[in-house]
Ligand binder design. Structure first.
Ligand code: HEC
Ligand code: HEC
Length: 284
């Protein structure tokens, strides 16, 4: 999981440190998609070692096969036959934020629909600009099957979502760790209706089964079970390298090789936010 993804648009990383206004939507979208948003962590085919396959970016793959569903992340390249090349910008944004396709069908898990409702209008447009820029790949991905009922909708239409001002603040960190990167989706234990954000936000303990065996998400709250004893530097290193301070590699499916492209400021903002979470023991 160490390889870095190739930057398609030179300079986007350097620009990411500058105020958002200095970036074009494509530069912002490139940064988000190859960094914190990491949509490719589900939508890009991977090698048996878990690395993104070159030339197949965002062309879809099987992401999860469990008792509740067999979920394929679709081809979201601009290919008109097997991808989303025929969709309008509005239709793509509705799919991302509201979980609804142009034909009215509902997008199922594990796409983190609840959180994506909070992606700002300008970031949603930036993501679309990036999706339009990747090479179209012809790849027919099977349809997912759900053995659980999907909701008729994830909520009312999203409407307008304002930007959160970028900066090394807990507020911007909350936006990144929530709507953009869905860190808290993986790192919160499941309640009856999805992750229990209300009572156990960031407490960890959620299991992933895969070719690697079982991985369990860590507690990210300032509790002694969580990040209380970790320095900011150690936390930053774990997020961006997927290596623990003692040198042991961390397990999938966290998108370490995307987070490697995050700006140091954005990593600091996320850590500032994690430090504000209510301390929680890890669920047993
Ligand atoms: C945790 C895995 C996961 C992540 C992360 C994820 N997706 Fe998805 N996405 C899926 C799955 C699975 C589906 C299909 C679900 C189904 O079949 O109903 C999907 C469906 C879609 C669709 C509908 C495509 C179609 O043809 O039906 C779009 C568009 C999409 N995702 C875009 C994105 C974008 C943009 C991001 C990042 C902001 C993203 N996804 C992040 C798993 C993911
Ligand atoms: C797809 C699920 C998933 C997402 C998204 C995710 N993580 Fe993780 N994370 C994991 C898993 C699983 C582990 C445990 C890996 C292991 O035990 O080797 C982990 C471990 C960690 C650790 C190590 C903590 C410790 O002390 O052991 C940190 C820090 C962390 N994640 C932060 C983040 C942040 C910040 C984000 C968002 C930018 C994020 N994670 C997104 C699944 C995820």
């Amino acid at each position: 999981m160490k390889a870095r993804i190739t930057m398609l648009v030179g300079g986007a990383l350097a620009l990411a440190a500058m105020p958002a206004a200095a970036e074009t939507p494509l530069e912002r979208g490139t940064y988000l998609m190859q960094g914190p948003a990491a949509c490719g962590n589900c939508h890009t085919p991977i090698t048996p070692q878990g690395l993104p396959i070159e030339g197949q970016e965002l062309s879809g793959r099987l992401v999860e096969d469990n008792e509740f569903f067999t979920a394929y992340a679709p081809n979201i390249t601009p290919d008109t036959e097997t991808g989303i090349g025929g969709w309008t910008d509005e239709q793509i944004i509705t799919a991302i934020r509201e979980g609804k396709r142009p034909d009215g069908s509902i997008i199922g898990p594990p796409m983190p629909m609840g959180l994506y409702r909070g992606i700002s209008d300008s970031d949603a447009k930036a993501i679309v600009a990036y999706l339009r820029s990747v090479p179209p790949v012809k790849n027919e991905v099977p349809k997912s099957t759900y053995r659980i009922p999907l909701p008729p909708a994830y909520g009312p239409p999203v409407g307008e979502v304002a930007d959160v001002t970028p900066g090394v603040t807990a507020e911007y960190g909350a936006y990144l760790a929530g709507p953009v990167a869905h860190c808290i989706e993986c790192h919160t234990p499941m309640g009856e209706r999805g992750p229990d954000f209300e009572n156990r936000l960031g407490a960890g303990g959620f299991e992933f089964h895969g070719p690697w065996g079982v991985s369990v998400t860590s507690n990210l709250t300032p509790h002694e079970d969580g990040l209380a004893g970790r320095s900011d530097e150690d936390i930053a290193k774990m997020i961006t390298t997927g290596t623990r301070p003692d040198g042991t590699p961390m397990l999938p499916p966290m998108g370490y090789n995307y987070y490697a492209n995050m700006s140091p400021e954005d990593v600091k903002a996320i850590i500032a936010y994690l430090r504000t979470l209510p301390p929680q023991p890890t669920p047993q």
